[in-house]
Design a protein around this ligand. Structure first.
Ligand code: PA5
Length: 453
């Protein structure tokens, strides 16, 4: 089976072989920290062996719940934000038809999975309520803490709609709660109302939780193959448990990022040439941003969709400030390849491409871009995805999880906490008038008033 692999050949001008070799001792040390549980944040490394040591009973329950939802619902509204949203979103996009949302139900062969609670936009929620309309639907509310404002608000809206449509008893049977096993408001509510509940393990943080029920239930409902997803991740768990920088591509990637960061390359763009990888970038941005961005350091995660963005900010990448790293997610074999048709008159001058395929042209574009950006002073790495299967996705998820954990340790930070995420939440609670946060609200209002004057 083809593997996810790393091509670092376009780094030659930027990183010498000896520099990678010099990282080996450090990589050995941080690998020990990660695997022996001696590193910072060691109570959040449950994801490390998750692909082989997951709760099989709960996995079976996820499949059963997915079947029920598939049989009684046309739509599943998945409510969550951050780590309780992005993994499922990227997987649903990656595994299904590009126009999945617009497909007829008979072509999709599974309920439409839609996402709410990832913003506080009332237009979004209004429009989604309209989209659900009279259709049969269920809700999967996902929140580890059970107190996050965005999903809590959306949950109220969709819960009301569910109760209005089905009555309380049936509505409670259509709500699936994915949350902490013991703590939080959502757990309390789930127990009180008898929602079917799934557990987010204590030792797995949001951005590492896609292979827990957080991601697995929505992915299974959408028709994604969660057995293959876990099998791909399990292969990665086995194959990437090796510190040798000559053979472990995930550790190589982590080491290169560290070398480049220390040379002043402080922004990394994750790039794709496939629209269905756009949300993979969003998932990766959280993984990188929350894991590495702390203690006044870390690579800033950004993304670009190619070839689209070559026609917007390609100019900046080619000639702007030289602090960029590019990491391309290159799909080697798309599900479909379209031949470029022949035309007799060749008025558009495209005759030289007749008989070639679009993916062939896409790959040429990728090669051209790597060469041009390299010439322009941008180090480029490519992570090759062999195909668009769930197995490959599972492998890629684990690849980046372990690479970014190692990256964090190499940079001397705890890759598993996210203290900075709380700052805005506390302020928002103050301004919204949440009991217990009144003082913060008063202080903020005062300082906003002073700024106005
Ligand atoms: O990684 C994190 O901790 C955050 O991005 C959370 O995933 C996000 O805030 C949602 O939190 P919760 O699942 O508690 O609602």
């Amino acid at each position: 089976m083809a593997k996810v692999s790393l091509d670092s050949s376009a780094l030659k001008r930027f990183v010498g072989k000896h520099e990678l070799a010099q990282m080996q001792t450090m990589v050995n040390a941080v690998d020990k920290d990660l695997r022996n549980g001696t590193g910072a944040g060691n109570d959040f490394t449950g994801w490390l062996h998750l692909p082989t040591q997951y709760d099989k009973d709960e996995f079976a329950r996820i499949k059963k719940a997915a079947k029920k939802i598939q049989s009684d619902s046309q739509v599943l509204v998945v409510i969550g934000i951050g780590g309780s949203y992005l993994g499922a979103r990227m997987a649903v996009d990656f595994l299904h038809n590009t126009f999945y949302e617009a497909q007829d139900a008979k072509d999709r062969k599974a309920p439409l999975v839609v996402f709410a609670g990832n913003s506080i936009s009332s237009t979004y929620v209004h429009d989604l309520v309209q989209l659900v309309g009279d259709k049969d639907f269920s809700i999967n509310i996902i929140s580890k803490s059970g107190t996050t404002t965005e999903p809590s608000i959306a949950f109220r809206v969709f819960k009301k709609k569910l109760i209005d449509k089905y009555g309380l008893e049936e509505a409670n049977k259509r709500i699936y709660a994915t949350t902490d096993k013991a703590r939080g408001a959502l757990k309390k509510e789930a127990d009180a109302n008898g929602y079917e509940s799934f557990i987010i393990p204590d030792n797995i943080g949001g951005r590492y939780s896609v292979l827990t029920p957080v991601g697995l239930l929505p992915i299974a409902v959408s028709g994604g193959d969660i057995d293959q997803l876990m099998a791909g991740a399990a292969d990665a768990e086995k194959e990437l448990d090796n510190t040798d920088l000559n053979t472990n591509p995930a550790y190589q990637y982590a080491a290169y990022r560290n070398i480049l960061y220390r040379k002043g390359y402080t922004t990394e763009l994750i790039e794709n040439y496939e629209p269905n990888l756009k949300n993979f970038a969003e998932w990766w941005k959280q993984l990188v941003g929350e894991s590495g961005g702390k203690d006044n350091k870390g690579i800033f995660p950004a993304s670009a969709n190619f070839t689209t963005d070559l026609h917007s900010f390609g100019q900046y990448i080619q000639e702007g400030r030289r602090n960029l790293i590019e990491t391309v997610l290159k799909l080697d074999k798309p599900n479909y390849d379209v031949e470029i048709p022949a035309e007799d008159d060749n008025l558009d001058g495209l005759g030289y491409l007749e008989g070639k395929t679009m993916d062939w042209a896409n790959t040429k574009a990728y090669q051209a871009v790597v060469a041009a950006h390299n010439d322009g002073g941008v180090p480029v790495m490519s992570v090759h995805l062999p195909d668009e299967t769930a197995h490959t996705l599972g492998y890629a998820i684990y690849f980046f999880e372990v690479a970014i954990a190692i990256s964090g340790y190499l940079n001397g930070v705890n890759p598993f906490n996210q203290p900075g995420v709380e700052a805005y939440k506390v302020n928002m609670f103050g301004l919204l008038g949440k009991p217990g946060f009144e003082e913060i609200g008063d202080k903020l209002r005062k300082s906003m008033k002073e700024n106005e004057d």
